[in-house]
Structure formats: C-alpha cells, structure tokens
Design a protein around this ligand. Structure first.
Ligand code: ATP
Length: 362
C-alpha cells in the first residue's frame, strides 16, 4: 500500500517562499485535500510530490521511499490537471488505452482494463467517440479514467473540477469520491473550493502563505477550527468573528463587552492558553444563532440592514457599531429591514480565539 509523506518541505522562488516547512502524511487509501486561498502554495506542493518541481529543502517519500531524486515518470503516480489535455484525434477508447500502450501491455489486457475503467466511470456509451463529440463532464471523466487506468501507486489532482459548471461539479464530486474510495490509493487533491474539499476529502490540510494551518477531518475542521484563519476561511456564509473585551472570566462563564453591549456566555469547559487574556474573538457561525423576543444578559441586539433570501433559508445582515453580523434564519420567517433583533449563540455553539488567533476551547 502506498503512502505520500512530505517532511519539512520548503520551496523558494528567488526571494519568495512559496512553501514553508510543510509536513504532510497521506495514508494508504487516504484522500487528502490541500485547501487554501490563491497563491498559498497548494499547486507548488502538489508539483513537488509529482516531481515537476524540486523542493529547496525537505524530503518527499512515496511508499516509504525517498523520491526527491526520481523523475516524475519514475514515481509511479498519476496526475489529473485542471486543463485535461485529451488527444483530440483519438477516440475515448484510445485516449484511455494510451497510457497502457505506452507500457507495452498486451492488447487483450489493454481492452479489459479500458472496459473496466469505462464501466467505473460510465463511459461505455462514448468509447468510440472523439473528445470533440462528448460533453464536458464526460471529458473530465475520461481525464480521470486515463489517470486510473494504469493502476499507479498514488493520485494527484490539481483543481480537477474547476472548469465544470455547478451541476456537473456536484455530480463529479460524488463520482470521484466513489472511484477513489474503491481504488484505495493515497490521493492528494488541490482545490480552493471548500465544498469540494469538505465532500471529497478524508482529511483536509488548510494552507496559508506556504504553511499548513490545520490538518484534520472535514468535520473537525468545521466544528473545531484551530485558529482564526481556518475559522474565517471554512464555512459559508462566513463565521462571524466578533472582537470582545473580557469583563469577567472564570471556568464556567465569560462576561464580554462587544461594541458596548455586554454578553454573558456559559462556557462548556475552562479556556486553555489564557494567561493575561484581556481580549478575545468570539466566533459564531450564521446558523448558530437563535433569535429571541426580549434582550437579556445572554443576548446581543442589532438592526436589520440587508436581507438575502437563499431559498429555504434567509441570510440577514445585521448592523451594530459599524459591524456586519450575519445570521441565517428560516426562509419562512418574516424579517424587515430597520427592525432591531435580539439574538444569542446557541448553547456552546460558538468558538473563542485569542487575539493572536489561537483556539481557546479544546
Ligand atoms: P492558485 O490557487 O492560485 O493556483 P496556489 O495556492 O496553488 O494558488 P501556487 O501556485 O503554489 O499557489 O503559488 C504559490 C506562490 O508561488 C505564488 O505566489 C506564486 O506566484 C509563486 N510561484 C509559483 N510558481 C512559481 C514559479 N515557477 N516561479 C516563481 N514564482 C512562482
């Protein structure tokens, strides 16, 4: 079973450090998504695994073997790019067969393998067509098929779905996940689309400025973001991050001042990393509020500014002290601009961060 390991990988382009001391272990059969904003070093990291770029420092291991000195073709990996280059003059069948013929497999073995991959990816009906005569989603599946047909030891995907429209993306996310589950190979997928990462990954590595901010399961990343950056980056609509002064803090409660309003929070557990804490940031996802009829010490109040219907839900932008607070309410609920609402975080459904960004709840 193959694994991918990066140990202290750094890549510099002149004075720019694109990847900065990255450690990453992708287990056998594991799907790891590298997720992060544009320019954070995702693609460079993937290219280093592929051997298309050499690291300035650090080791790349595939299947427990150091591969830094091996060429891409000697690493036994398959890569699917955003721009899938299919051979336009070859049929789908021949496109799929190409990597096998290059390995001089017997014709009967090539046929059997191509048919098997075509079945896996629902491509049987288009096997004899040219790429120019098939749909965009089918082209994408042929590109994936060409990668998996060879049975490499691991897979690398670079923004594999970014060229597809919303509906196709949704279908392909599910399909790729299904195929990868069956293949049980170490896989790295680069994406800046968090939905893609949340649905396809076994674990996600969130990157910023060449570094990994958190590596965890999609659930863990969403439920317990390790720091302010991950909290703000993951989740749509974005988590509210409210800076607060601490009026009182003990193991069971925190009394905070937010834009001159006081808020009493009951704590699920004593905070960690709190020496001389005077301020903190309260993180609340827009779906983690409850609206209440009367203000109280456990509520905040703000004025309704903008209302965005989203089908079964409505995103309400509230404004208080120049700050935008996003709250998602049931689509059936009547909300009017200009009215003042009282709301509170649902019990323990909030996050606390120190001002330098560290998570304060375990
Ligand atoms: P995107 O999502 O936009 O593709 P990314 O997270 O994949 O971004 P990279 O493509 O890895 O980011 O780029 C990381 C940084 O390294 C960027 O600042 C980029 O401009 C720079 N960079 C990448 N390749 C080179 C290169 N060959 N020469 C110089 N700088 C480079």
């Amino acid at each position: 079973m193959s694994t991918i390991e990066l140990e202290q990988i750094t890549k510099r382009f002149g004075t720019l450090t694109a990847v900065d001391g990255v450690d990453l272990h992708v287990g056998a059969g594991e799907v790891m998504c590298l997720l992060g904003p544009s320019g954070c070093g995702k693609t460079t990291t993937l290219r280093i695994v592929a051997g298309l770029e050499s690291p300035t420092e650090g080791s790349v291991m595939i299947g427990g073997r150091r591969v830094n000195e091996l060429s891409p073709s000697a690493r036994d990996i398959a890569m699917v790019f955003q721009f899938y280059a299919l051979y336009p003059s070859l049929t789908v069948r021949d496109n799929l067969a190409f990597p096998l013929r290059a390995e001089r497999l017997a014709a009967s073995d090539v046929n059997a393998r191509v048919n098997q991959v075509a079945d896996t990816l629902d491509l049987r009906s288009v096997l004899d067509r040219l790429p120019g005569h098939i749909a965009e989603g089918e082209k994408q599946r042929v590109a994936v098929g060409r990668a998996i047909v060879r049975d490499p030891s691991c897979f690398l995907f670079d923004e594999p779905l970014s060229r597809l429209d919303v509906e196709l993306r949704q279908q392909m996310r599910g399909k790729i996940k299904e195929v990868l589950n069956d293949l049980s190979k170490a896989t790295v997928i680069v994406t800046h689309d968090q939905l893609e990462a949340l649905t396809m990954a076994d674990r996600i590595a969130v990157m910023r400025d060449g570094r990994i901010e958190q590596i965890a399961t999609p659930h863990e990343i969403f439920a317990r973001p390790a720091n302010l950056f991950v909290a703000g980056f993951i989740g749509t609509p974005q988590m509210n991050l409210l800076e607060a002064d601490i009026i009182e803090l003990d193991d069971e409660k925190a009394r905070l001042s937010i834009d001159d309003q006081e808020l009493l929070l009951s704590l699920p557990e004593p905070l960690i990393n709190t020496p001389q804490l005077e301020k903190l940031t309260l993180g609340i996802r827009p779906r983690a509020f409850e609206l209440v009829s009367e203000p109280s010490p456990t509520t905040l109040s703000a004025d309704v500014d903008l209302i965005e219907p989203m089908g079964s839900e409505t995103l309400v932008h509230l404004v208080e002290g120049g700050r935008d607070i996003r709250v998602v309410v049931d689509g059936d609920m009547a909300v009017n601009a200009g009215t003042r609402l009282a709301f509170r975080p649902r019990l323990h459904q909030y996050h606390l961060f120190s001002n330098d960004g560290r998570r304060l709840l375990s």
